[in-house]
Design a binder for this molecule. Structure first.
Ligand SMILES: O=CC(=O)O
Length: 335
């Protein structure tokens, strides 16, 4: 009998044809399923493909008694109730590698944009509101020689450090665990505590995952430590930053500007941010390139194939579940 796979959102579909002999694959008609439709489909699902930023919470997990695998399309798994998945013996995976380089590209792009005022000047030119092309007009900030503070030196943080070095920036970083001396040397990155990073960086880039420890990590007191000439860049998750505090810090000129790809309550962006010339906004597109979306689909398909053949070496984000009785019971019913 075939296993049942639910894909919760539309994704590049071609790679999924490799699964059709072993799986009945259910896709939504539109962009995604309605709640009731999804709950109904989950009743006898063996695996589900979820999407970063789109909640897959306890209610969904409880409605899925046969579910063995949640294969998240995306690196961040903050959209999934991991505790509920652990309780039910469900393995959760992500697509960590695919999103690294494009997200670092976007972070670099946002740094360039907010520093050199690219979007702002583009808007003004189109609106016909640029008064003058004189030598003292439209001035911005050079990256060369400036200090970039990276909060979260995982794969994306490291990929950003490599790019920023090419622009002549000095790199300091803060991370839960210090990276190896070899990596520090290769990236020419110096470790420091968060307070020191915030006080010294000209650009602060948030690149940590959203976890209970990082939730709200950057609030008003942290923003106040930053230089008034410094910029904040967030391509991580909206909730690592207190958005109300950011708006206050920008209004009070505690910092010079911000460039944001993620928000506390997506897809909502506070109107106040949209009105500020020194704020660049993009709609959570860190990994949104044609190439990356295709690679993410291929990676998810490979993970599902490997998992249902009992293979290890897939990117499991809740490895503790593999020792649980619930997981073992479910495994016995798969193979
Ligand atoms: O934000 C995107 C991802 O987590 O992959």
């Amino acid at each position: 009998m075939k296993n049942k796979l639910i894909v919760t959102h539309q994704l590049p579909g071609k790679p999924f044809s490799a699964l059709k002999d072993r799986f009945d694959i259910v896709w939504p008609d539109g962009d995604t399923f309605g709640r009731d439709d999804l709950l109904e489909n989950l009743k006898d699902a063996d695996a589900v493909v979820t999407v970063f930023g789109k909640p897959f919470k306890k209610e969904m997990i409880k409605a899925s008694p046969k579910l063995k695998l949640i294969a998240n399309y995306g690196a961040g798994v903050d959209n999934i109730d991991l505790e509920a998945a652990n309780r039910e013996g469900i393995v959760v995976t992500n697509t960590p590698d695919a999103v690294t380089e494009p997200t670092a590209e976007l972070a670099m792009g946002l740094i360039l944009d907010v520093a050199r005022r690219i979007s702002e000047l583009d808007r003004e030119l189109r609106a016909g509101t640029i008064r003058n092309w004189g030598v003292m007009e439209n001035l911005s900030t050079t990256l060369q020689g400036k200090t970039l503070g990276i909060v979260g030196m995982g794969a994306i943080g490291r990929a950003l450090a490599r790019r920023a070095s090419a622009f002549g920036m000095n790199i300091i970083y803060h991370n839960r665990n210090r990276v190896s001396a070899e990596t520090e040397e290769k990236l020419e990155a110096r470790y420091t505590d968060l307070e020191n990073l915030l006080r010294n960086a000209d650009f602060v880039s948030l690149n940590m995952p959203l976890t209970p420890e990082t939730n709200g990590m950057i609030g008003l007191s942290e923003l106040k430590l930053m230089k008034t000439s410094a910029f904040l860049i967030n391509t991580a998750r909206g909730a690592v930053l207190n958005q109300t505090a950011l708006i206050e810090a920008l209004k009070n000129r505690e910092i010079a500007g911000a460039a944001l790809d993620v928000y506390q309550n997506e897809p909502e962006i506070p109107g106040e941010l949209l009105k500020m010339d020194n704020v660049v906004v993009t709609p959570h597109v860190g990994s949104a390139t044609h190439e990356t979306r295709e690679i993410m689909s291929r990676q998810v398909v490979g993970i599902i194939e490997d998992f249902f053949q009992g293979m290890t070496g897939i990117p499991v984000v809740n490895p503790g579940v593999l020792d649980s009785d619930q997981y073992k019971f479910k495994q016995e019913n798969i193979l």
